[in-house]
Every structure is written in structure tokens, then in C-alpha cells.
Design a protein around this ligand. Structure first.
Ligand SMILES: *[C@@H]1O[C@H](CO)[C@@H](O)[C@H](O)[C@H]1NC(C)=O
Ligand SMILES: *[C@@H]1O[C@H](CO)[C@@H](O)[C@H](O)[C@H]1NC(C)=O
Ligand SMILES: *[C@@H]1O[C@H](CO)[C@@H](O)[C@H](O)[C@H]1NC(C)=O
Ligand SMILES: *[C@@H]1O[C@H](CO)[C@@H](O)[C@H](O)[C@H]1NC(C)=O
Length: 962
């Protein structure tokens, strides 16, 4: 459901953007059919009235459809001479309703079924039913009988199913738009074979459909259309494109958009021989191979969009011959070598995106020589050896940019003084470019016009200005050497100051200056003093990250933070109990209070029913775990209580948490036995259940769609940018807000493989039970061997007795098994050698006896210390020989377990994602998906942001010249 809501809106935006330009152009050509004829043919009037009967029309758009004079009815057009109805224009322009509001859409749209009575409109030339809601019904076959039809627009009208091949009879059709808003199965499906009948077609647009059934000859069918000017089949699951096309029939084609299909083939060379092309979008297709030097034939080319493919090799020098080029998007490919200096010849260039390739060499002033019109510039290299951006210190560039993004390049270490010439900057991102020293005052003076500023991962130092005025901006100065007190940046929505040397208290007036904050990351600084109680005024705050500072005092009341869903206060000197107000309003999902001095009851968490992560490690809690945790916090997936003085038994109620996959109770005073019901922790199971698998696949699709949608989110911006609002950041956060699980619980620490590892962004993949260093006694319950998805089992340093369960080998995915320092006795079960992923084993200081297994990876465990302190053990690597014959090899073929492991990763991660977001996240996501500023993988964030901005800018450019 989330998927469809999400994609629905994205596509709504997309639509809004892309569909209009051409429609308005083209529709004007059809205006002659629309006249003000005042009589009406009765048969046609009756046909229209029947048609109206089949529709629901909540907003009364057809209220003028009464009386005799049907040619005056709204949306109806007649021929002036004959009086016949020639035009039915019932499309709803997206500008006529609030695109963000599905209810507004439902109200404004026509719904229901299309009556075949329409067939009586024998003279219909123009039919537009776009932007209505025909409720997933198929496109009626009879539309193929309107043989006079020249214009047919059925886009975004919730049609689904097979496109009737009857449409192929419309030999007069010039304009056809069947774009759709759904990526679900309900979308339109076609093999495109009927297309060849449309011999007059000038525009063919089917955005978002399932054309995967089209055979390799789909292009042959289209090549039969001599008048075709625009072809748009983006997001259509097409997978075959011919490498060569002997005869190019559609020689008047100007626009080709085949973005977001599944071609995964070499770039077809013939595309680069179509000299009429003005716009070519092949983005997000997995095209490989080189950009052909023939590219120079494209001298009408205005927009060349090739991002997100696998293009490799050099960018041809002949790129400089594309004298009409305004947009060049090459990001996220594998292009390498030096960027040709001929880019400097592209006098009309407005947007140049060279980010995320494998560039080497130097970028110099010559690359920009004649780029007087450039407004948007992006450059980054993903190579280890940095790309050098050397334009000199005193450069006066020919352009005046709105957006500059340079990442992972080597720039002059001084702050680039040439930016002082750039008076129109709105978005400045200079990330990991090796600049150091002070940020000059003139730069900060840009603040009122800055929408996004990112200088993270540099060596900038000095104090930040005490106060600056921004306006709905996103400011990221993380990972630098800034020092001094916290700055008061007003008008900031998103503030990232992570990992600097800022110090001093967080003053109460800081909050007053920043009432619009939605995302705040002050982590990894030296802030001290208490968290000001005024923080409760930040009613829009969704994410608050204060970990790794020197904050002291108690957690203030946060009962007004209605939107807070991530709170991390780890590793400070905070104390006291967890305030009961914490979840009284907020939908808290991630709560991390690790590494402080908190104590007291946990009862204040009782209302945190959305909680997915609870980190209370390394505090002073010393009571028992209350039973209700397992009963009330049903979304809990990560529970980390390590390093406290929790006592009593491990409550059985924890076993019923359906999503729990990390249970870390180490270093406490738990006593009693290990509850056998831990074997019921269902998210640590891994049964090959097809329901589960399809859910997992769905989850992957969800993520994939979200990423794919990143580019289309851009369209939101277009709406806002075009209407003069500052929309880019909002748009970026739609996606980011949608994917918070990716950001997961970064920085979570667990003891795995004998050392403390930091899991960055993969916490959702970790399946762990750690009960080490407690006073647990009794036997290891056999039931625990049912947890076939478990990756780490640490029961060390307890008082456990009895044998190691015989079936321990059923834990096939365990990589870390630590049972050391207990009183376990008996043999090491032979089945243990079937744990073929096991890489860290510790059985030392028990009372085990008999032969150490030798099969499989046990041959590689040649460190005797993992067995030491078991005087009755024998065999390699211990220096004690056994007389008994070695065990039978036990265990499976390694390939199989590898594939199982893959299975595990796919299964468990997605299972969690599905589980969490379907069961628990729904409520929150509705509120947050549009607003949440959340960073996930840094790379991803930048990429998405940039796509958005760039696309937006491209649109803006389309809409009006700069
Ligand atoms: C259309 O016809 C109506 C009724 O005769 C008249 O009031 C109106 O001005 C006409 N509109 C145009 C554009 O001719
Ligand atoms: C660029 O990539 C091509 C193809 O991937 C490779 O053959 C070539 O060696 C690379 N050149 C450089 C300079 O890395
Ligand atoms: C939990 O919520 C209930 C009802 O909203 C309220 O009466 C109760 O005081 C809350 N408990 C805590 C610990 O906040
Ligand atoms: C798979 O899991 C689902 C949901 O947990 C359950 O309804 C279904 O019966 C299971 N199917 C099999 C074959 O175990």
C-alpha cells in the first residue's frame, strides 16, 4: 500500500511536469475543432447524456450538460459547419487541483465507466479523458472505432489491463498518450504490435506501462511511423532494443525518451545517427559500452540525458561539436579518463552533470571557456585517485551558477575565492574537496539566498558566524574542524553539524532562533551543559541526534514534539530516568540512550508502541526487564540492554516479539535459565515460505522503486520551482523520508567476531542473540537451534551446564559462536561442522571432552586458544592426541551454503523491512513521508538530491528561459 501511495504521488508529480509541455503545444493545433455551435444533433446529444449517466461527477464538472444545445456543454466541441460533435475534452488539468491531496483529486475527477453510446459521436476527432479515475478498468475496445480520431489522451485516468489492439485502427491518429500512474500489476499491458497501424502518429507517449511482452520487434513497429516526432516509452519494462536499425524510417523524430527501462545492452549506435534529435533521454537503463564518437552528428541535440547507466571509456572529444546542447547529464556511469576540454565549446550549455563517474586527470578553466550560460554544474569522481579541479585561485568564471556540486575532487585547499563572483547561488555543495582554513565572511553573506549548503568532509575551521538568516534551508557542515559555540542559524529546516569541535552549551535562544528545525544533528562535538528545556518548542522536529557529546543533566520534557521519530542521546553524561512524556505525543521509532547514566524504571516507555529500536546499553538500569516490553512494544526489532545491572530472569514475553532480530542483553546480572521460548523468535527463523519470499521481493521492489523514483521526484520541484517557491529541498526529502530504514541504526555497536564492530547501515541485516556475561545457569535449550537465521550467538561467561545441543549444526548461518567460560561438558557435537559459515568460534574454559571436529572449516581453526581450558579435549590444534578415529565429515557442500547465505540476506533484511513498515511504520510514514529530512547513505542522499535539483532545473529551463 505504501508503495502504491508513494508511486502514485510521484507519478502524479511526474505527470504534471512532463505531460503538459507537449499537450499544450499539440492541443493548440486541434483548437479549430472546438467552436461555439449552438444547436446539436439529437443522436449525439443522447450519446453524451448516456455517457454522463455512466459517470460519477462529485464536483459537478458536467453540470452544464443539460438542455438541447450540446455544443455549448463544457468540454464538448462541434464542427462549425456541420454541427457534429468533434471534440470531447474532459481531461482535468493537474493545475486545477491540489496535487498533494488525493481527496482533492478524487473530488475533481470523473469516475465510473465509459458508455459505448459514445460510438454515436461518429465525427469525433479529439478525445481527452486524462486525469480521471476509471477505477482500473480496461480501455474500452470501441475506442478503436473512432476512425476519425486525431487526438487521444487517456493518460493518468486509472485504466489498466491489456491495451486493446483495436487502437491500431486509428489511422488518422496524430497524438496518443496512454501514460499511467501506477507501477503495480494493475498497469497497462501491451505488446505494441498494434502500433504499426497508426500511420499518422506524431506523438506516442506511454509512460509507465508493462510492455515487457513486446518482442524485440517493438521498434520495427515504431519505425513504421514516418511522421513520428516524439516517442516516450519511459518506465515501460522494455528489455530489447536492436543494436542496429538498417533503415531509419522515423526520420523526423525529435524527442526520444526511453528512460527507466531494462535494456542492459550496449548503447545502440543507430540512435546517434538521427540528426533530427533534439532530446534524447536514455537514463536508468543499464546501457553499457562507450559513447560513440559519432555523437557529433547530433547537431540539433538540446538535451542529452544518459545518467544511471554503465557507460564506460572516454567521453568523446566530439562532444564539443554539439553546438545546440543545453543539457548534458552523464552522472552515475563508469566514464573514465580525462574530461575533454571541448566541453568548454558548448556555448549554449545550461546544465552540466558530470558527477559519479570514474574521471581522472585535471579539470581546468578551459573546460568552462565559453560556458557563459551555465547555471547548474555537478562534478564528482568515485575513483580513489582524486580528480583534480584546478581553475586557479583568481579565476573569474564566465558563468553565474545557481547550483554547484563538487564532490570527492581535489581542489585548492583555500576556500575558492572565485565563488565570490557567483551572485546567484542557491545550492552550494563542496563535499570532500580538501578545502581547509576559514570560510570567508563574503561567503556567509549569501545565506539569505541559499537553499542548500553542504560543506561536509572538509577541513574547514574557525568559528561559525554567531547568527545568520537563512530561509527554509538545509545546512550541512558536518565532518569539519569548526569550533566555538553553536551558531544561531535562523530559518533552517535541516541542520547538520556532526563531527566538528563545537563546544559550550546549547543555549535556550538557539532553539528560539530555529523553530523550523525538522532535522538536527549535533552529534560528535563537545557540547556540554544540559539539553535546554526549550527544545520542546521545536514542534516540527522529526530527528534529533545529540550523541557523542558531553551533555549532562536530565532529559527535558519533549511532550510537544509530535513528529519526533528518531532520538539519539547516546554517549553523553545524561542521567535520571526516562521521562514519561517521551512518547506521549511522538511516534518514536528509534530511541537510543546508550552510554549515559540513566536509571530507574522503564515504565515510561510503555506508551512508545511504535518503537522499533531501543538502545539502553551501558547505563545504570538495575531492575528487571518488565514483562510488558514483550507485550506492548510489538514493533521492537532491536533491543540493546547490554552493560547495565539488569537483574532477574529474562522474561518469556520477549519471545513473542515478532520482529525482534537483535537481542543484546550481555553484561548484566540476569539469572535463571535461558528461556527455551527464544526458539520462537520468528524473525530469527528462516523458513522457505513463498509468502515470505514474495513479501521480501516486494520489499526490494519498494526500495528499488523509491530509488528509481528519486529521479522522478524532481517533478515535484518543478511545480514548486516553477511557481516561485523553494521546493527543491522539500522534494529531496520526500524520498529521504520514505527510506528511513536504510539509515537504520547507524553507529550501532555489537560484539561480533570477538571485536566490537560498527555496523553502518546494515543493522537490519544483523541477527544476533548476546546473553554473555550474566549469571545464567542451566542448559542451553535445544530450542535455540531452531533459529536458523541467527548470525551471532554469544552465551559466554555464564554458569551454563550440560551439553552443547546436539543440533547446534542447525544454526547454519551462524558466523560467530561464543560459548566460552561456562561449565559445558560432554563432546563437541559432530553437527557443529555443518555450520559452514562459522568464522569465529570460542569454546574455551568449559569442561568439554573428546575429539575436536576436523571437517570443513574446522581445519582452519588452528588457534588452540579457542579450545583451551578444556582439559578433556583432544586433537588438533591442541597438542593432545586422541586415540579415537576422526569424526565422519559432516556437512554440506559449500556452494549450497553460499547460496543459502545469500538467501538469508535477501530474506531477513527484506522480511524485516516489510514487517516493520507494513506493521508498524504505516502510521508514521504518512506523516513523515513528505517532510522527514533524513539522511541515509550519504552517497545516496547526494545522488538523489542532485537528480532532483537537476531535473527540476531542467524543467525550469523548459518552462522559461533563464
Ligand atoms: C457562444 O455562444 C453563446 C450563446 O450564443 C454566446 O453568449 C457566447 O458569446 C459565444 N461565445 C463565443 C466565443 O463566440
Ligand atoms: C577506462 O575504461 C576502459 C573500459 O572500461 C578501460 O579499458 C580503460 O583502461 C580505462 N582507462 C583508464 C584511463 O582508466
Ligand atoms: C500512556 O498513555 C495513557 C493514555 O494515553 C496515559 O493515561 C498514561 O499516563 C500514559 N503513560 C505514560 C507512562 O506516559
Ligand atoms: C507462510 O507464511 C505465511 C505468513 O506467515 C502463512 O500464512 C503461510 O501459511 C505460510 N506458508 C507455508 C507454506 O508455510
Amino acid at each position: 500500500m505504501i508503495t502504491s501511495i508513494f508511486t502514485y504521488f510521484l507519478l502524479l508529480f511526474l505527470i504534471h511536469l512532463f505531460s503538459n509541455e507537449f499537450i499544450s503545444l499539440q492541443a493548440s493545433e486541434f483548437v479549430s475543432y472546438s467552436t461555439n455551435f449552438t444547436t446539436c444533433w439529437e443522436i449525439e446529444r443522447n450519446a453524451l447524456l448516456k455517457f454522463k449517466e455512466g459517470l460519477q461527477d462529485p464536483s459537478g464538472r458536467l453540470s452544464s450538460w443539460v438542455g438541447n444545445y450540446c455544443c455549448t456543454w463544457s468540454g464538448v466541441g462541434c464542427n462549425r459547419q456541420t454541427g457534429h460533435v468533434t471534440k470531447l475534452d474532459l481531461g482535468m488539468p493537474p493545475s486545477s487541483f491540489n496535487i498533494n491531496d488525493p481527496k482533492a483529486f478524487d473530488f475533481a475527477s470523473l469516475q465510473g465507466t465509459i458508455s459505448p453510446s459514445l460510438l454515436d459521436l461518429k465525427y469525433l476527432h479529439y478525445l481527452d479523458l486524462s486525469w480521471n479515475n476509471f477505477e482500473q478498468t480496461p480501455i474500452p475496445n470501441f475506442i478503436g472505432s473512432f476512425t476519425k480520431l486525431e487526438y487521444l489522451n487517456l493518460s493518468y485516468a486509472s485504466f489498466s489491463g491489456l491495451v486493446p489492439p483495436h487502437l491500431g485502427n486509428l489511422s488518422n491518429l496524430r497524438y496518443l498518450d496512454l501514460s499511467s500512474q501506477s507501477l503495480d500489476q494493475d498497469t497497462l499491458v501491451s505488446d505494441l504490435n498494434w502500433i504499426r497501424g497508426l500511420s499518422s502518429l506524431e506523438l506516442l507517449r506511454i509512460k509507465v506501462a508493462n510492455l515487457s511482452f513486446a518482442s524485440a520487434s517493438w521498434l520495427q513497429a515504431i519505425n513504421k511511423l514516418p511522421s513520428l516526432m516524439e516517442l516516450d516509452l519511459s518506465s515501460c519494462r522494455l528489455h530489447d532494443i536492436p543494436a542496429s536499425l538498417p533503415i531509419l524510417n522515423f526520420s523526423s523524430i525529435q524527442v526520444i525518451d526511453l528512460s527507466q527501462n531494462d535494456f542492459n545492452s550496449p548503447l545502440p549506435g543507430w540512435l546517434f545517427n538521427i540528426s533530427s534529435l533534439v532530446e534524447l533521454d536514455l537514463s536508468s537503463n543499464g546501457f553499457s559500452g562507450q559513447i560513440p564518437p559519432s555523437i557529433q552528428n547530433l547537431n540539433n541535440m538540446r538535451d542529452l540525458v544518459l545518467y544511471e547507466n554503465d557507460l564506460s571509456g572516454l567521453l568523446p572529444i566530439s562532444i564539443g561539436n554539439l553546438s545546440s546542447l543545453e543539457t548534458l547529464f552523464l552522472s552515475s556511469n563508469q566514464l573514465n579518463g580525462t574530461i575533454p576540454e571541448t566541453t568548454g565549446q558548448l556555448k549554449k550549455l545550461i546544465m552540466l552533470d558530470l558527477s559519479s563517474n570514474n574521471w581522472g586527470g585535471v579539470v581546468s578553466r578551459i573546460h568552462f571557456l565559453h560556458l557563459n550560460n551555465m547555471k547548474v554544474f555537478l562534478l564528482s569522481s568515485v575513483k580513489e585517485k582524486p580528480l583534480v579541479f584546478d581553475v586557479g585561485y583568481d579565476w573569474i568564471p564566465p558563468f553565474s551558477l545557481n547550483l554547484i556540486f563538487i564532490k570527492n575532487c581535489q581542489m585548492n585547499p583555500k576556500f575558492p575565492i572565485w565563488l565570490q563572483t557567483q551572485k546567484e547561488l542557491k545550492i552550494v555543495e563542496l563535499i570532500e574537496v580538501g578545502i581547509s582554513g576559514y570560510v570567508p565572511d563574503w561567503f556567509w553573506k549569501l545565506s539569505p539566498q541559499i537553499e542548500k549548503l553542504s560543506l561536509h568532509n572538509n577541513k574547514l575551521c574557525g568559528e561559525l558566524p554567531r547568527s545568520l538568516q537563512f530561509s527554509h534551508s538545509s545546512i550541512d557542515l558536518s565532518v569539519n574542524l569548526f569550533e566555538g559555540p553553536i551558531p544561531l542559524f535562523s530559518g533552517v529546516n535541516m541542520l547538520g553539524l556532526k563531527n566538528n569541535s563545537l563546544s559550550g552549551p546549547i543555549p535556550a535562544n538557539f532553539v528560539d532562533a530555529m523553530l523550523h528545525l525538522e532535522f538536527m544533528d549535533l552529534s560528535e562535538n563537545y557540547f556540554n551543559g544540559s539539553i535546554p528545556s526549550s527544545i520542546n518548542k521545536l514542534e516540527k522536529l522529526e530527528v534529533l541526534l545529540l550523541q557523542n557529546n558531553e551533555l549532562s543533566g536530565k532529559i527535558p520534557s519533549m511532550n510537544r514534539l509530535k513528529n519526533l521519530w528518531t532520538l539519539d542521546l547516546s554517549n553523553n553524561n545524561l542521567f535520571g530516568s526516562i521521562p514519561s512524556s517521551l512518547c506521549s505525543q511522538s511516534p518514536l521509532i528509534h530511541l537510543k540512550l546508550n552510554g549515559n547514566n540513566f536509571y530507574g524504571k522503564l515504565s515510561s516507555l510503555q506508551n512508545c508502541t511504535n518503537l522499533g529500536t531501543l538502545g539502553l546499553a551501558n547505563n545504570q538500569f538495575h531492575r528487571g526487564i518488565p514483562r510488558w516490553i514483550g507485550e506492548t512494544l510489538s514493533c521492537l526489532s532491536i533491543l540493546q540492554l547490554r552493560g547495565n545491572m539488569f537483574r532477574g530472569k529474562i522474561p518469556k514475553s520477549l519471545c513473542s516479539l515478532p520482529l525482534l532480530h537483535v537481542l543484546d542483553l550481555g553484561q548484566n546480572n540476569f539469572s535463571g535459565s535461558i528461556p527455551p521460548c527464544l526458539g520462537n523468535l520468528s524473525s530469527l527463523y528462516h523458513s522457505k515460505n513463498s509468502t515470505f519470499v514474495s513479501a521480501a521481493v516486494a520489499a526490494h521492489a519498494l526500495v528499488a522503486n523509491a530509488v528509481a523514483a528519486a529521479t522522478t521526484v524532481a517533478t515535484v520541484v518543478s511545480t514548486t520551482v516553477a511557481s516561485g517557491k523553494k521546493g527543491a529541498i522539500v522534494a529531496a526529502t520526500i524520498l529521504e523520508g520514505f527510506m528511513p530504514f536504510l539509515s537504520g541504526m547507524r553507529d550501532m555497536e555489537f560484539n561480533v567476531k570477538g571485536q566490537t564492530l560498527e555496523f553502518v547501515n546494515i543493522i537490519d541485516l544483523v541477527n544476533l542473540i548476546d546473553l554473555s556475561s550474566n549469571n545464567l545457569e542451566g542448559e542451553i535449550p535445544e530450542e535455540i537451534t531452531k533459529l536458523s537465521a541467527l548470525g551471532t550467538l554469544n552465551l559466554s561467561r555464564n554458569q551454563l551446564t550440560g551439553n552443547i545441543p546436539k543440533k547446534i549444526g542447525d544454526l547454519k548461518l551462524v558466523e560467530t559462536l561464543d560459548l566460552s567460560v561456562n561449565h559445558l561438558s560432554g563432546p563437541i557435537p559432530a553437527s557443529i561442522s555443518s555450520m559452514t559459515l562459522l568464522s569465529h568460534l570460542n569454546l574455551s574454559y568449559n569442561d568439554l571432552s573428546g575429539q575436536i571436529p576436523l571437517a570443513n572449516q574446522f581445519q582452519t581453526f588452528n588457534d588452540p586458544s579457542i579450545y583451551e581450558g578444556n582439559p578433556k579435549l583432544c586433537g588438533a590444534p591442541l597438542p593432545i592426541n586422541c586415540n579415537a578415529p576422526p569424526d565422519e565429515p559432516f556437512g554440506k557442500d559449500r556452494d549450497e551454503s553460499c547460496s543459502e547465505r545469500l538467501w538469508f540476506y535477501i530474506g531477513t533484511a527484506s522480511g524485516f523491512v516489510v514487517g516493520f513498515w507494513v506493521v508498524c511504520g504505516t502510521l508514521v510514514i504518512k506523516r513523515s513521508w513528505r517532510h522527514a529530512y533524513f539522511r541515509f547513505v550519504e552517497e545516496m542522499k547526494d545522488m538523489i538530491y542532485i537528480f532532483i535539483v537537476v531535473k527540476a532545473a531542467r524543467l525550469q529551463k523548459k518552462l522559461r528561459p533563464w
